[in-house]
Design a protein around this ligand. Structure first.
Ligand code: ATP
Ligand code: MG
Length: 396
């Protein structure tokens, strides 16, 4: 009895009151997009506060479940066996057969939970629970009923056109459907942290665009490719990402020539934030996202963060701010970005790096140092923005 349908369970979007409809519709849209990436035809339907994905053709269970597991907003995916209604005696046989296939060992504790969406069904749900339970006990001498904490919770639902039987639930990605939380601009480097930060904020329903600052010829095409690859990997969850590629060489060289070397990283990060904010505003993004974590490097102390934050007026979201490196690595491994992030290609930050960067920068001192660029600053920023190249990164 192969499952041909999946009942999609969601949690948090259920509590959104009047917005519930918007959230459910967004979830259905994201599920349809996920189904479109898998071989086979699937119908996605919303019925009475439930979402079903029903196969209309042959398909691979692993593929569809894998795709659904990447849809934010889904908490559980329940493979459902659908049987035709040939009377209650036949249903008993079908249920026993289902249990034999799913739990052949037979020594489980269980509870039957019946529901009649079609109220005209001749057996009441309480009676269904009792009689189906009885049929299972007869077929499995080692099984026991446990209504409080059963190992197997068997759901039987009578619907208009068929009867659903399910008991397994596969965990989903949680969070909120992408798009329900607006859009943000992710500062995406080739490192470990920023792809994880993007994944995490997207899990809260935020769609992403991204910006990468490269510094040719000091950074290579391979470094750029790595960033595009990272965007494509996380796009399996976040949806396609428009990646803005900004040539940062001139700005980096100007900073290097005119500003104190121990302040290079901070000033460079301030320019990144300024440019990212302008691209964000132009593209309808409501915030910036970075992979910063307190104390991880000199530019990520709380004093440094004051200095980089000071140039933006959009909120800056830092989902991994309180994560240890190992916590971030764990997520990176789980979502499949780690191996790409650790490829040894140079990053623009590592090339113009000072031996002894300031760890406790003071804002007005940094602002004074930046004055040395005052006459070229706006021109350099505009030039960098004018050269913005956009590539769409998606999982193929
Ligand atoms: P990551 O692992 O994300 O590169 P990191 O620990 O190397 O982070 P930094 O190099 O200080 O930290 O960068 C801090 C944050 O600034 C990054 O997480 C990223 O959001 C952003 N950033 C750094 N370099 C770039 C870049 N070349 N292009 C776009 N964003 C960048
Ligand atoms: Mg980095």
């Amino acid at each position: 009895m192969k499952a041909k349908a999946y009942l999609i369970k969601y949690a948090e979007i259920g509590i959104k009151g009047k917005n519930r409809n918007t959230f459910e519709q967004a979830l259905v849209d994201r599920i349809r997009e996920a189904c479109a990436r898998v071989e086979g035809d699937f119908a996605v339907t919303r019925e009475a506060g439930r979402i079903y994905v029903t196969a209309q053709s042959d398909f691979e269970e692993d593929e569809i479940v894998g795709a659904l597991q990447k849809v934010f907003g889904i908490v559980w995916i329940c493979p459902v066996v659908q049987v035709a209604d040939h009377g209650f005696e036949d249903l008993k046989k079908q249920v026993v057969r289902y249990m034999q296939e799913e739990y052949p060992a037979g020594n489980f504790t269980f509870k039957v939970k019946s529901r009649r969406a079609r109220k005209s069904y001749p057996v009441h749900s309480q009676q269904m629970n009792a009689d189906l339970g009885e049929a299972i006990l007869q077929a499995f001498p080692a099984a026991r009923v446990d209504v409080h904490d059963p190992q197997v919770l068997l759901s039987v639902e009578v619907r208009d056109n068929e009867i659903n039987i399910y008991s397994r639930q596969i965990s989903g990605a949680g969070g909120m459907p992408v798009g329900t939380g607006g859009k943000a601009m992710l500062l995406l480097s080739g490192g470990i942290d920023s792809p994880v930060a993007g994944y995490m904020i997207s899990r809260r329903g935020v769609a992403l665009e991204a910006v990468y600052f490269n510094a040719p010829p000091y950074t290579s095409d391979r470094a750029l490719q790595k960033v595009e690859d990272l965007a494509a990997i996380i796009s399996a969850w976040t949806g396609p990402i428009r990646l803005h590629i900004i040539n940062f060489t001139e700005i980096q060289l100007a900073i290097y020539q005119k500003c104190p070397h121990e302040e290079l990283t901070i000033i460079m990060r301030r320019y990144m934030m300024r440019i990212a904010e302008r691209i964000a505003r132009k593209n309808g993004c409501l915030g910036l996202v970075t992979g910063e974590s307190i104390g991880q490097v000199a530019s990520q102390t709380m004093q440094s963060l004051i200095c980089t934050n000071a140039v933006c007026s959009l909120p800056v979201y830092r989902p991994v701010i309180a994560f240890d490196k190992q916590d971030i690595v764990d997520v990176a491994e789980r979502i499949g970005t780690f191996d790409t992030s650790t490829l040894p290609y140079e990053d623009c930050c590592t090339i113009f790096v000072a031996k002894h960067p300031v760890t406790h920068p003071i804002l007005h001192i940094i602002e004074d140092s930046e004055q040395k660029l005052a006459d070229v600053s706006e021109e350099m920023i505009e030039k960098a923005l004018a050269g913005d190249v956009v590539v769409e990164c998606r999982k193929n």
